[in-house]
Design a protein around this ligand. Structure first.
Ligand code: NAD
Ligand code: ZN
Length: 350
């Protein structure tokens, strides 16, 4: 049974990050209470911290997002935090999908024993996590609204899929997005575009996910081919997240997982590289190309002569491991349609 949980509270609008002080005042119960701020390392240099209600007792950790989340990195943060005898009252994640997912995992691991990788999978978390607040600074992944905390471990890239991964409170402040460099902005935004397309064109959706995905896709096209509106973009990202979390991805995400795993590419970028070659499955690829052109984003060729046949084979094998998304896209018979030869043919074009 699909029993969908959503974020309980959200605040939206320019300057809404200023509400954090009031929200935290309800959680700072006594003089021992403290808050852990996990902030994307980009904000170290532009000093967001002087706008945040950080008190003397609080802990601030700048999250290194050079690489996407790894279970060992998360375990390292947990070790640091466990030095304090008392658990924090609140965990706050401020950043893109990587930081938001790390903050989700931290809130879970402070109340559940073991390593982050022990919880990769579905519904493995037993104990209620620490109360958490998510504040996105890039829009597109939808991580602020989903029930998964994506990470890589020694053996796999898989999320902590659990109701306990859902944020208790989200703050959508469009002002935080203004510093994202153009290419990163597009790569992450197009993750949302693709979530919507894959959700709508798959078979594992329902009227609720269709409603969210359709509206989010329309908003994305309106914003990217018409006039940019960061607040609308944040709403589209959240709605795309809700849609994809309750349906399934399709052809593009499995290919992007293969690319990310073998060539160590970031999620949004590998999504764009893969989606660019999927016009025969998704008519929306033509609008996607229009958007890239409008925003002056030129995708490089990543399958260069330096990439060996053995690597291409590994990308194809990793792609084909994603059985449920591929069944969502092609139906039960997907293996006879989306063959390894076909996958390799697509990869070689990327
Ligand atoms: P990110 O968090 O990986 O950050 C990308 C880059 O943008 C980093 O260099 C970061 O420092 C920089 N950055 C962040 N905010 C900025 C700002 N305001 N100004 C300037 N630079 C800024 O990017 P992302 O694309 O949002 O997240 C990707 C991650 O999200 C991947 O790990 C992916 O697997 C995950 N993801 C999770 C979900 C989910 O539901 N949990 C869904 C999709 C993707
Ligand atoms: Zn995605």
């Amino acid at each position: 049974m699909k029993n969908s949980k959503l974020v309980q509270y959200y605040i939206i609008g320019s300057g809404s990050i200023n509400e954090l002080e009031l929200l935290l005042s309800f959680k700072r119960e006594n003089s021992n209470s403290y808050v852990v701020f996990l902030i994307d390392h980009f904000f170290k240099s532009i000093s967001l911290t002087n706008k945040l209600p950080i008190l003397e007792n609080d802990t601030v950790i700048f999250v290194d997002t050079t690489n996407e989340p790894h279970s060992e990195y998360i375990d390292g943060i947990i070790e640091t935090l466990k030095i304090k005898a008392i658990r924090p009252s609140v965990i706050i994640g401020i950043g893109g999908g990587s930081t938001l997912d790390i903050a989700k995992a931290i809130s879970i691991l402070l109340t559940n024993p073991g390593s982050a990788e022990d919880y990769q999978g579905w519904d493995l978390v037993k104990n209620a996590p620490i109360y958490k607040i998510g504040i996105p600074t890039i829009a597109g992944t939808g991580a602020e609204f989903t029930r998964t905390a994506v990470m890589t471990s020694k053996t796999k890239k898989l999320g902590i899929n659990s109701d306990h991964s859902v944020y208790d409170q989200v703050i959508l402040d469009p002002d935080l997005l203004t510093t994202v460099p153009n290419e990163q902005f597009i790569y992450t935004a197009m993750d949302c575009y693709v979530h919507n397309v894959e959700s709508l064109r798959g078979s594992q959706n329902d009227e609720m996910t269709i409603a969210f995905a359709e509206k989010s896709l329309n908003m994305m096209e309106e914003i990217f081919l018409g006039e940019m509106n960061l607040e609308k973009l944040q709403v589209a990202s959240a709605m795309g997240g809700i849609a994809i979390a309750n349906s399934n991805v399709g052809i593009c995400h499995p290919l992007s997982y293969g690319l990310s795993l073998v060539l160590n590419l970031h999620h949004g970028f590998s999504i764009c590289i893969a989606f660019n070659q999927l016009a025969e499955y998704y008519p929306e690829v033509s609008k996607f190309k229009e958007i890239l052109e409008k925003y002056n984003v030129r995708l490089p060729k990543i399958i260069t002569p330096e990439i060996s046949l053995e690597q291409i084979n590994r990308i194809a094998d990793a792609t084909l491991k994603n059985e449920r998304p591929l069944e969502n896209a092609f139906g039960k018979n997907w293996r006879s349609i989306f063959t390894k030869e076909k996958v390799i043919e697509l990869i070689k074009k990327m």
